[in-house]
Design a protein around this ligand. Sequence first.
Ligand code: PHE
Length: 342
Amino acid sequence: MKEELNKIKLACVQEIENAREVNGLEEVRVKYLGKKGELTLILRNMGNVSAEERPLIGKMVNETREEIEKELTTKKAKLEEEAILKSLENAKKIDFSIPAEDTLGSLHPITVVQREIEEIFKSMGFTVEEGFEVESEYNNFEAVNVPKYHPARDMQDTFWLENGELLKTHTSAAQNRIMRKYNGPLKAIFPGRCFRNEDLDASHENTFFQLEGMMIDKDISVSNLIYFMKIMLSEVFGKEVNVRLRPGYFPFVEPGFELDASCMYCGGKGCKVCKNSGWIELCPCGLIHPKVLEMGGINPDEYSGFAFGLGLARLAMMKYSITDIRLLNSGDLRFLKPIGLN
Ligand code: PHE
């Protein structure tokens, strides 16, 4: 028996010696120490060994096993080290002085759409205003007619700072400041990053971009709103887009609407994108509530205005056929290629 064990050991050590890679080593291990391995079979056949010899042979088998395991471990470490050295050797052959291809990058799809819309509105006499990301509770809620215990606050749960300020939930938070800046007639758009405490899925993000627009003057009505929205959408999508209004509730507009655009994919005939309705829900809007004008220092008896809040993510997703909003903040550049931006 001793001889047989020795033979097995020698054969095994030889095979370990010959192994050129870690996978091969594993094969050797299975062949000798695995469930059906040669050494394991000997232990299985202990039933045939006499009772006196059994402890002795058991001990010998275990010793052989330990020795083989030791050999395997040593060889494995050696092979792994060799592999590392080899890859370093190959790395030396990479020529870092060769100019890289294709690494220029591009603007973010949101930025592309935002700039495009800015240009369109600028050409119609609108100014582009800055908004803040951290806002006061007053500007984000109170000044747009959402008092403290108003149920509409539930629609826009956000992230609060310890000093009582918050991350703005919508670009409307800048309305009050802009009204006070102009103190009368104005045409302004204000893009910005917004935040909400949302559960994330393919169409919800906790950080997203809106572009808000506001026009205040004498006798501003819903027809002015429709006119500007129609022009803007037709420019963005490069074809005539029709719009329709449905009633919608927002405390800072009266009347308030949801604006739908005729489906730019099927032209209104009905398709998968518009769920066969011919229309795509695009942006909330309405005529600015007199109380909001008043809080902005503008006399609602003299002036009226419209406001709209465009979701830039939604627009970018439609323009570039992006199906998951989370890609926009992912930092994963791979999604730019298929949409032709990189
Ligand atoms: N601020 C609203 C929102 O984020 C959108 C909106 C803007 C509605 C302007 C009407 C007028 O949900």
